[in-house]
Ligand binder design. Structure first.
Ligand code: CA
Ligand code: CA
Length: 170
């Protein structure tokens, strides 16, 4: 990957986190992400699944802030994202999985219409698109996730794919 390609990918990842597009990532972006997923699947915020999603989003924000918000102003700038989050997450993908897992668990629970504990590839793609992942990337990721073709995507696969998407190789 050349540096222009790398920059483009980083910019796309930043834009995914910066849900409201105001140029920095903060708590509002994470609650906006939760809200978008709930809207996509017609789930109420006050439901058990809705509450779990908001709690997961808050934990995800706290984890990201801990990694990237160097000046502690409760905002992750693009500079902090590139200099802190991207590098540290690439060095330690397990850490990223840890901070993202409660949120992603909750996303799967919301997306999983038949409540069998797994999302279908279509449900996973819808969730990723609701989160702002570009449509063609979301479809490819979701299809790839169901590697054994049984139509069920479990949480560890979803977490691994999400981590792979955000930990852009240099
Ligand atoms: Ca923002
Ligand atoms: Ca900051």
């Amino acid at each position: 990957m050349d540096s222009a390609e790398y920059e483009r990918k980083i910019a796309a990842r930043f834009a995914t986190f910066d849900q409201d597009g105001n140029g920095y990532i903060d708590r509002e972006d994470f609650s906006a992400a939760a809200k978008a997923v709930l809207a996509e699947f017609g789930t109420k915020a006050r439901s058990e699944r809705g509450q779990a999603l908001y709690i997961g989003a808050e934990a995800f924000w706290q984890g990201m802030a801990g990694i990237a918000d160097r000046d502690g102003d409760q905002r992750i700038t693009r500079e902090e994202f590139v200099g802190g989050a991207v590098k540290r997450l690439r060095d330690n993908p397990e850490r990223f999985a840890e901070i993202a897992r409660p949120f992603l668990d909750a996303v799967i629970a919301v997306a999983d219409a038949d409540a069998d504990g797994a999302a279908s590839p279509q449900e996973a793609a819808r969730a990723l698109k609701a989160l702002g992942v570009q449509a063609e990337v979301a479809d490819a990721v979701a299809a790839g996730l169901d590697s054994d073709g049984d139509g069920r995507i479990l949480e560890p696969e979803f977490v691994a794919a999400f981590a792979a998407y955000f930990t852009v190789p240099e």
